[in-house]
Design a protein around this ligand. Structure first.
Ligand code: ZN
Length: 101
């Protein structure tokens, strides 16, 4: 028999049950009958991740550029204070450049 994961809508208990495909959902271990199947199939998980990534990717180039322009001088100054101008030029030369794609 297939195994299903359920989550109780009333107490939040997550439990497993084995039963036939067409059988009604079993009650949760605490006796509640309002339960739903947890869908954890891989395609759905991947879909969620891709959606999140796509959403994060909606930052425009202008936004990235202004973020870079704003943050980089601060970061560079911190490093210069700590390491000295020469070390920063040597180890973090990219901080000397403007955002460039
Ligand atoms: Zn319950």
């Amino acid at each position: 028999m297939p195994r299903y994961d359920y989550e109780c809508d009333e107490c939040g208990e997550i439990f497993e049950a084995r039963h036939g495909f067409d059988d009604p959902a079993p009650p949760c271990p605490n006796g509640h009958s309002e339960v739903h199947k947890r869908i954890t199939s891989v395609p759905r998980l991947l879909g969620g991740i891709m959606t999140d990534a796509g959403h994060g990717g909606t930052a425009t180039k202008e936004e990235l550029r202004s973020k870079w322009a704003e943050e980089t001088p601060k970061l560079r100054k911190k490093l210069v204070d700590k390491l000295g101008e020469e070390a920063v030029n040597k180890y973090a030369p990219s901080l000397n450049h403007k955002y460039d794609d």
